[in-house]
Each structure stands twice: as C-alpha cells, then as structure tokens.
Design a protein around this ligand. Structure first.
Ligand code: NAP
Length: 265
C-alpha cells in the first residue's frame, strides 16, 4: 500500500508505544527509513525489536528525546536527517492525557499538557522545516484527537484545549509550508485502546463503545493507515486538513437516536 513513499526518510515521535509505534510499523512496510523518538530508551529498543520482528530489513534508528525540549529536538531532527540522508516525513504524535477535573487541575498540570501536546507540534515543525524545504517537498502529520476539536469529556479540559491548539497551529503553518511544497495535516483518532488508555477500565470502554455507530473502539492500525495515506505521494494535494478515525463517534445527536432501527410507528 502506498509504495510511492519507498526510500523516504521519516521521524515519528511518541513511537515507543501505542499509536506512534504503529505509525512507524505502517511506514516501514513500504520501505520508509525511520527514527523512532520517545524519552525511554528501553521502550524504544522494545518498539524497534517489535517492528523488526515483522520487517527484519527495516531501517530503524531510535533517539531518546523530550519533545518539549527545543534544543534537544533540533539536535535530534538534524541527527536523523544526517543519518537518513534528509527528511521527508515528520509525524508529531507524542502526547499525554492525564484526566483531572477543573476543580483539582493545577496550573502546572495545565501548562505541562499544553507544552507536551501543543507546543511540541510547533517545536517539531520548526526543527524539521529546513530539511523538507531543501528537498522541495515534504509531509507533516500531527496526531490530534476528537476531544477538544469535536467533542468534550470531563477531566480533559486541558487535553482538549491542547488538541484544538494543534489544529490552529496547523492551519497557519500550512500556508507557510505550502511555499516549499510541504503539506501538514492531522489525524483525529477516536478512542483507541493503547498502553496510555489502558487504566480506564472495562466500564469506561463499554460506555464509549455504546456511543460509537460502528460499535467498537478503533484500532491503532486504523489510525496508522490514515497517517500512511497522508504521508504518501497520493496525498500531495491535501493540506491543512483533518481526518477523524473514529467509527462515526462524533456523529449521533444522542444515544437514543442510535437505537432507532428505521421502522415506522
Ligand atoms: P501512549 O501509548 O501513552 O504512548 C505515548 C508515547 O509518547 C510514548 O512513546 C511516550 O514515550 C511518548 N511521549 C510522551 N511524552 C513524551 C515527551 N515529553 N517527549 C517524547 N515522547 C513522549 O499514547 P497513545 O495513546 O499512543 O497516544 C499517542 C498520541 O495519540 C497522543 O498525541 C494522544 O493524544 C493521541 N491520541 C490517543 C488516543 C487514544 O485513544 N489512545 C486517541 C486520540 C489521540 P515516553 O514516555 O518514553 O517519552
């Protein structure tokens, strides 16, 4: 699928687990060379081993880096571009999602979520920008979320705000990047079971599934495939757009309307 990107060079942040690891998995399949980024080197090694088990010939580097650290990100991006012969694709995926009601939410926690989720998009794009510019083409894909841009959830006021901020950044960045033939788009996953979401329990899972028209939580592979498409040559004329990978989760007006089967009275 999308073999047009064979031989390209990519960075995926938040790639040691969850959605980021599967984005990397999807990109190596057609032959993209990748630097996997997260803070934990041990988790990065595990992710690399996991991907190599399926793709033994994959060109995979790992780089321990905090996406909130501007200087470290610049050094990481430049190192990846040096090692991989340039940079074509940036997947800014790393994120955190603590759930805290406003009453208990501290300014420190608010700022921490905004820094890791929103400011990091700016830092990653700023660090990467010279490399695709030198190529005369490139792809940037941000991982946002439905909470904030399309829905709300108790305890995620800061998280939702950070995911909206990514999209506001994306739209203006798209105009600047377009001059260099670089596109920037976002995927907005619905609720996807990952290590990070694992603590929410079966009651939460059942409640979420009941609100999804397709009747099930999404898969990380589904999100990764949307990213793969946006990274491909086939998506060359798409920029400043968002793709919701959510099984129709944001569409129903109410849970009651989902129960309607189409019969007359
Ligand atoms: P996850 O399983 O918790 O994995 C998070 C990844 O981000 C890990 O690799 C983690 O590694 C890395 N990370 C966290 N903070 C970082 C930092 N400061 N610097 C560098 N790397 C950092 O998360 P996930 O569920 O896959 O979520 C990934 C993205 O998808 C996030 O942006 C999240 O908001 C979004 N998302 C998730 C869902 C969902 O339902 N799971 C839905 C919509 C959107 P280290 O801790 O080692 O750094």
């Amino acid at each position: 699928m999308f073999h047009s990107i064979a031989g390209k060079s990519a960075i995926v942040t938040g790639a040691s687990k969850g959605i980021g690891r599967d984005i990397a998995h999807a990109l190596v399949a057609p032959g993209v060379r990748i630097t996997l980024v997260a803070r934990s080197t041990a988790d990065l090694e595990k992710a690399r081993t996991h991907i190599l088990a399926a793709h033994p010939d994959a060109a995979l580097r790992i780089a321990s880096c905090d996406v909130a650290d501007r200087d470290a990100m610049q050094a990481m991006v430049d190192g990846a571009a040096d090692a991989q012969g340039g940079l074509d694709i940036l997947c800014a995926n790393a994120g955190i999602y603590p759930q805290t009601a406003i009453e208990a939410l501290s300014v420190t926690e608010w700022d921490g979520v905004m820094v890791v989720n929103a400011r990091s998009s700016f830092i990653a794009v700023k660090a990467a920008q010279p490399h695709p510019r030198a190529r005369g083409q490139g792809r940037i894909i941000l991982t946002s979320f439905i909470t904030g841009p399309a829905t709300g959830l108790q305890g995620w006021s800061h998280y939702g705000a950070s995911k909206v901020a990514q999209l506001g950044f994306m739209r203006s960045a798209a105009l600047e990047l377009a001059r260099d033939n670089v596109t920037i788009n976002a995927v907005l996953p619905g609720n996807i079971p990952t290590e990070g979401l694992g603590g929410n329990g079966s009651e939460y899972r059942e409640a979420v599934e009941a609100a999804i028209p397709l009747g099930r939580l999404g898969t990380i592979e589904g999100v990764a495939n949307a990213v793969l498409f946006l990274a491909s040559n086939e998506a060359a004329y798409i920029t400043a757009q968002q793709i919701i990978v959510g099984g129709g989760q944001i569409v129903p007006e109410s849970l009651e309307t989902m129960a309607w089967s189409g019969g007359g009275s």
